[in-house]
Design a binder for this molecule. Structure first.
Ligand code: ZN
Length: 133
């Protein structure tokens, strides 16, 4: 893995959270993007070489809505950048990690993504991301 690419934060109200994070980080969100397959709208902030991704659910049954229901707003996942997502998925599967998707899927911000179950990583949902070239 190359680096932490972004930290995903589950929020109830994207407009309100964007205003808070713009103030906190000292720069505005550079992009908003809906990910239909996940039932979310995302908003990205650049922080040096890393990013913060705010996630608001558009689907009351979606993963972000369920996470907020269970644990409230807050850090939802940590995303690591990889060069070859299929190779990393294979490596982690062989090492006993539980992948939440068997094939890489399109995520926000021009990425292929795969999630690893929090059970496999001490309670932290892990996302692998590879830039789509
Ligand atoms: Zn993410």
């Amino acid at each position: 893995m190359k680096r932490i690419e972004h930290i995903g934060i589950a929020v109830k109200d994207l407009d309100a959270a964007e205003a808070i994070y713009a103030k906190l980080l000292g720069n505005p969100s550079y992009k908003r993007e809906a990910v239909e397959s996940e039932g979310v709208i995302t908003s990205f902030f650049q922080v040096g070489v890393n990013k913060v991704e705010l996630l608001e659910s558009t689907d009351p049954e979606g993963p972000i809505a369920r996470a907020i229901e269970k644990r409230g707003e807050g850090v939802h996942h940590i995303a690591f950048e990889v060069d070859d997502i299929r190779a990393e998925m294979k490596r982690l599967k062989q090492a006993g990690f539980q992948l939440l998707n068997e094939e890489p899927k399109p995520g926000a911000d021009n990425k292929l993504v795969c999630f690893i179950h929090p059970r496999s990583a001490n309670g932290v949902l892990i996302e692998l991301t590879q830039e789509i070239r």
